[in-house]
Design a protein around this ligand. Structure first.
Ligand code: AMP
Length: 192
């Protein structure tokens, strides 16, 4: 049973690594970005609301995001653990997640941070924009998302570091190599 988070700047490969960790540990990967994108595609009320923020690279408001996460973590496939990707991104979301977990008498085992240099990330994301046509992958929006990461999400990382559950992994390099580093870091964190 593992309950963990993966945190990293946009373009750090957290979605790719999350899928691999999920397979290897047998826990469900939950990406708030993916849930939002699925809702945008399906033109649901949640998607229509979220799109206004996502297209500009802004965070979707907590009033929308927190409830969505609480509902998702209440589903039965989460009973064997989970890997949350893309949440929490603000310290207010950390507090909210603490509440959800406390309500279920649960706690996080590991928080994994993927690290990467900003310029490397901008180049990667511009490359991804050409491949996927994601509407939030143009340079101005990319830089805004990176700024938000530094301004808000690094404080999230600091909170988990204080709690002694943070493990950091260099996200630069071939995908398989990063996966090896990630799996080793998780193993070491679980053994600690
Ligand atoms: P991601 O795929 O994780 O990069 O997320 C894509 C977009 O979804 C972000 O730029 C935000 O607009 C929105 N989003 C995802 N997770 C969150 C969150 N925890 N809080 C607020 N907005 C989020």
């Amino acid at each position: 049973m593992t309950r963990m988070l993966i945190i990293g700047p946009p373009g750090s490969g957290k979605g790719t690594q999350a899928e691999r960790i999920s397979e290897r540990l047998g826990v469900v990967a939950i990406s708030t970005g993916d849930i939002f994108r699925a809702n945008v595609k399906g033109e649901t009320p949640l998607g229509i609301e979220a799109k206004k923020y996502m297209d500009n690279g802004d965070f979707v408001p907590d009033s929308v995001t927190n409830k969505m996460v609480r509902d998702r973590l209440g589903e039965s496939d989460v009973d064997n653990g989970f890997l949350l990707d893309g949440y929490p991104r603000t310290t207010a979301q950390v507090d909210y997640l603490d509440e959800i977990l406390a309500d279920g008498d649960e706690k996080l085992d590991v928080v994994l941070q993927l690290t990467a240099d900003d310029e490397e990330l901008v180049q990667r994301l511009l490359g991804r924009a050409k491949e996927t046509g994601r509407s939030d992958d143009n340079e101005a929006v990319i830089r805004h998302r990176l700024d938000l990461y530094h301004e808000q999400t690094e404080a999230v990382v600091a909170k988990y570091a204080e709690r002694g559950i943070l493990t950091q992994v260099d996200g630069i390099g071939p995908i398989d190599e990063v996966t090896n580093r990630v799996m080793q870091a998780i193993k070491a964190a679980q053994a600690a």
